[in-house]
Design a binder for this molecule. Structure first.
Ligand SMILES: Cc1cc2nc3c(=O)[nH]c(=O)nc-3n(C[C@H](O)[C@H](O)[C@H](O)COP(=O)(O)OP(=O)(O)OC[C@H]3O[C@@H](n4cnc5c(N)ncnc54)[C@H](O)[C@@H]3O)c2cc1C
Length: 456
């Protein structure tokens, strides 16, 4: 007798939507979810802005781990597109990928996300304006749930699942062993057996995922990391774009190195926040749906994609080293005024205090040119001037740059078009597979695999 039919490792969007779909299609199956972090209501980051103002390196980061995964306190920007957010379509086809993203969007809006707005780039005048300024606006529909509604949706989905599925919180899986067609999920001294195992450990589980791949002899590939800064400026500078599109994903090819720089994770009237990945503090952002909770600033990342060729393989290690440098100099994230950067001087507390843009994150004033490689910094500066043409004010002296923001890509694991490994019944989904990098793609991958399992 096996303990479970299906064990899901990780309760981020990937794991949650696998569990949801299995509970709908195959209520007869015995399913368990093992999650290293806490229940949704127990997830609390100790940073309160008063006693604790910066990351204290908790053993399990409440922002990244727990029910809802890395997405729980995210801005809940649910992008329905194959243009970015992952390459799930390469495995399951563009049409199916979009269908599944829409399916999850429907579930979200009927479970707490009612009344949220779906923005779209189709027919927008900004496409032309961008092209006229050497910028390229990517196509997408984006539902902005907002951090508050996103939390509500997760709460409602947990309420649906909690009596149908066995959830184990604060339970970090040590390893997975294959014995014929049975999987043994090892947690400390205990072993749980199942015939199907879905691994959905996200970015916070990237090191663990690599170890499991080594142990099980699963091939991995990795050659990309995106490095840059988070820009914060008065919301009014981007308001013409954000009020129509909410988030504009804009790509620019630099003149000097022909590198691709892109805007990422735009948060109108939002907040800049710390992110802790495996002990390294980087920067991110989010915003609330409710006007009462909004700030006067908009923030977004500017990221330069760095692809490495042979023989270098450790692209994430490269990104981590750069992030560590900012942690070493600033004790965490560094903030610098654009004007100071351009004048070749560090920002200090007085210059930040006198700046017209009030920072929403307490970061250490410093000099990003001591942290970021010249090629990356040059790309960011070029892009800021390019954006200044479509959103005048972007290149103002008081625009704040927080660094570093790093988008780590999990190494891609060798999986087939069922998102299944060479071991029958062992699936790897979501950001942990390296195939997805977003709420929508991760959730869609969860539904896809659940349907494959439900088919039998
Ligand atoms: C601050 C922030 C804001 C974001 N904003 C957006 C946004 O607006 N839109 C968007 O599309 N994306 C956003 N993202 C990215 C998005 O959250 C992720 O793409 C998505 O959560 C990936 O889902 P996942 O299920 O693959 O992994 P995750 O959400 O990372 O979940 C994985 C879970 O697995 C658990 N786990 C890991 N290892 C183990 C183990 N060994 N045993 C048991 N459990 C384990 C972790 O604790 C975690 O809870 C944001 C991310 C962050 C950090």
């Amino acid at each position: 007798m096996l303990d479970y039919d299906v064990i899901i490792i990780g309760a981020g969007p990937g794991g949650i939507f696998s569990a949801y779909e299995l509970s709908v299609l195959r209520p007869d199956l015995k399913v368990a979810v093992f999650e290293a972090g806490k229940r949704l209501e127990d997830r609390k980051c100790p940073i309160d802005g008063k006693k604790v103002t910066s990351c204290i390196h908790c053993k399990s980061c409440a922002i990244m781990r727990g029910f809802g995964g890395a997405g729980a306190f995210s801005d809940g920007k649910y992008n329905i597109t194959n243009d970015f957010g992952g390459t799930l379509y390469e495995h399951i086809g563009k049409e199916t990928a979009l269908e599944l993203m829409k399916y999850v969007d429907d579930i979200n809006i009927t479970h707490g996300g009612e009344g949220t707005k779906l923005y779209s780039t189709s027919g927008t005048k900004f496409k032309k304006i961008c092209l006229e300024n050497k910028l390229h606006l990517l196509d997408a529909s984006v539902r902005h749930l907002g951090t508050d509604k996103n939390y509500e949706v997760l709460g409602q989905i947990f309420a649906l699942l909690k009596d149908k599925i066995d959830f184990f919180f604060d339970t970090s899986v040590d390893s997975v062993k294959v014995e014929g067609e049975t999987y043994k999920v090892i947690v400390g001294e205990k072993e749980y057996t199942c015939s199907k195992c879905i691994i959905s450990v996200g970015r916070s589980g990237s090191k663990w995922m690599q170890d499991i791949c080594n142990e099980l002899g699963l091939e991995t590939y990795s050659n990309r990391v995106d490095i840059g800064v988070r820009v914060e400026l008065p919301a009014v500078v981007f308001s013409h774009l954000t009020s129509e599109l909410y988030e504009s994903k804009i790509v620019y090819r630099t003149e000097k190195f022909e590198d691709r720089v892109r805007t990422f994770c735009m948060n109108p009237n939002g907040y800049v926040v710390n992110e802790n990945t495996n002990g390294i503090v980087t920067v991110n952002g989010h915003s609330f749906d409710s006007p009462d909770l909004q700030s006067d600033n908009t923030n977004f990342a500017l990221l330069v994609a760095k692809h490495f060729s042979e023989p270098f393989k450790d692209s994430n290690g490269y990104g981590e080293s750069i992030a560590k440098l900012s942690n070493m100099l600033g004790g965490g994230v560094i903030v610098q005024r654009f004007g100071d950067l351009m004048r070749g001087r560090r920002s200090n507390a007085t210059r930040i205090e006198e700046s017209s843009v009030r920072p929403t994150l307490k970061a250490t004033p410093g000099d990003l040119s001591l942290v970021l490689p010249k090629r990356i910094l040059d790309g960011i500066i070029e892009m800021i001037y390019a954006l200044d043409k479509i959103a005048p004010g972007t290149a103002n002296d008081d625009t704040l740059l927080y660094g570093v923001e790093v988008k780590f890509y999990n190494m891609e694991v060798a999986i087939d078009d069922n998102l299944e490994t060479k071991y029958k019944g062992l699936y790897i989904i979501g950001d942990g597979s390296g195939v997805t990098h977003s709420l929508s793609h991760a959730s869609a991958s969860g539904v896809y695999v659940a349907r494959k399992i439900a088919e039998g």
